[in-house]
Design a protein around this ligand. Sequence first.
Ligand SMILES: NC(=O)c1ccc[n+]([C@@H]2O[C@H](COP(=O)([O-])OP(=O)(O)OC[C@H]3O[C@@H](n4cnc5c(N)ncnc54)[C@H](OP(=O)(O)O)[C@@H]3O)[C@@H](O)[C@H]2O)c1
Length: 357
Amino acid sequence: MESGQTVVVFGAYGHTGRFVVAELLERGYVPALSGRDADRLRELAASHEGLDVRPASVDDPASLDRALAGAAAVVNCAGPFAVTGAPVIEAALRAGIPYVDVAAEIEANADTFARFADRARAAGTVVVPAMAFYGGLGDLLATTAMGDWTAADEVHVAYGLSSWHPTAGTLAAGKVSRERRNGRHVRHTGGRLEYHDDALPVQEWPFPAPLGTRPVIGEFTMADVVTVPSHLAVPEVRTYMAVDAAQDLSAPDASAPTAVDARGRSAQTFLVDVVVRSGDTERRAVAAGQDIYAVTAPLAVEAVHRILTGRTRTTGVASAGAIFDAPDFLRALSGHLSVDVRHEPTGGLGIMDPDRD
Ligand SMILES: NC(=O)c1ccc[n+]([C@@H]2O[C@H](COP(=O)([O-])OP(=O)(O)OC[C@H]3O[C@@H](n4cnc5c(N)ncnc54)[C@H](OP(=O)(O)O)[C@@H]3O)[C@@H](O)[C@H]2O)c1
């Protein structure tokens, strides 16, 4: 059991927010339930006796200040983060408390680094964006796979999802991101984000067992292209998505996740396969688990716990891999993720990159 400190969850009654509230309770923290709909907050509070309900709107800074009063940290689970990120970070800076979010939006995450790095560092506080399945986990795995390397030529993050029943929040965030890009695609190459209109390649990815080789969409770009290069010297960061899961996401009749176990997790399983390459040597770290939304809660709450117990490496805006001891962080999640790290010799992994000889 932990300290009983109060941690505000903004967006508490959302699908991911509910997992975060439950995880905070499990770890001995006291979640304060915040978000814009007071009725839905009260409804959620009815199933968790004694929790504070703190309605707040991103358009009303004073309401956010009231919501964060006396709290040790805030976890923002309300997306699109293009809308909620900056106002909640501003409120966290005013309150002088750490901020953690679960943003998957590439541009919103890039904005967080660009807009708040100096102020958060000057305030000596911590802002951790994308502390979630997308962005956070890939960064922890890439940092772990790097081991003693300080630079690499490429980082590849391949997502082997069994299916993808997206939440309304995921779909809304995707829509905002597409609008921000005027329908263009984005990738990270040559050390920067590049917008383009090229067709996305379909290729085979050699996932480890039990998945095996599967078709993936290359340059299906996820938040790892912001988090990984924020602290690792890697010019090329590429992310890939299992074709089946990508099709689920874009299906006109996409349905939300449904719970199949007592923790509320869906039946969805995932493998996140991260390969880093330096010259002729490849290193790999793989994580397997169940339900990308559910697993986001232990990722975000472990981050809060490490921040509040002083197990951080830096201040300011920082990704998971930069601020935490990545291998140790992943070990702490062994109840939620199985992780396999392999520092293998040349050619051992056989990534199918058509550009490589
Ligand atoms: N990086 C990752 O791996 C990862 C993992 C999980 C979730 N996420 C992101 O987290 C966000 C939430 O996802 P979810 O699955 O929890 O979706 P959800 O169940 O649809 O919940 C969305 C939540 O955000 C709130 N919200 C939306 N716009 C808001 C605004 N302007 N002000 C205040 N609250 C607002 C919603 O409140 P109302 O109902 O009142 O609109 C709701 O509480 C999405 O952006 C999703 O992409 C990312």
